[in-house]
Write a protein that binds this ligand. Structure first.
Ligand SMILES: [Zn+2]
Length: 136
């Protein structure tokens, strides 16, 4: 099993160095701790779970009435599950895209597009087999 450890700080560093942060054990997103506890998604930090819920909330409300939106929600759930394995795989992988990136771009890019990009990137990072054969 290719276990690389010892990667201290990966990527994003919070701007406000006085604010406490927590690192998600699944995706490695560095987030401010969520106020109050509440249940976490298995394999994820509470703050990462809350961010995922908040980001997807609007789509979940629309999903009942729109099959296209429901498909995006399923894709987001599957991506999130993939990025937060249970039990956590030791140190978080160096994922290129997390829910924190999706949330950060939400003001300028449509969420359905962001979810599609997130899904593709996570599948590539996870080494999952792809339907097309572009690696040959
Ligand atoms: Zn996470």
């Amino acid at each position: 099993m290719p276990g690389r450890s010892g990667c201290g700080t990966i990527g994003r560093v919070p701007d406000d160095d006085a604010a406490p942060t927590e690192v998600c054990p699944g995706c490695g997103a560095v987030l401010a701790p969520a106020p109050g506890a509440g249940p976490a998604h298995p394999g994820a930090s509470v703050s990462c779970t809350r961010l995922f819920e908040v980001t997807l909330r609007g789509l979940r409300e629309e999903a009942a009435a729109d099959a296209g939106v429901a498909a995006v929600v399923r894709e987001a759930d599957a991506t999130y599950d993939l990025q937060h394995p249970v039990p956590p795989a030791g140190a978080p992988r160096a994922w290129r895209t997390t829910i924190a990136d999706v949330a950060a771009d939400l003001d300028v890019i449509d969420l359905a597009v962001l979810v599609g990009t997130w899904r593709r990137t996570v599948l590539e990072d996870a080494g999952a087999p792809r339907r097309d054969e572009r690696y040959r």
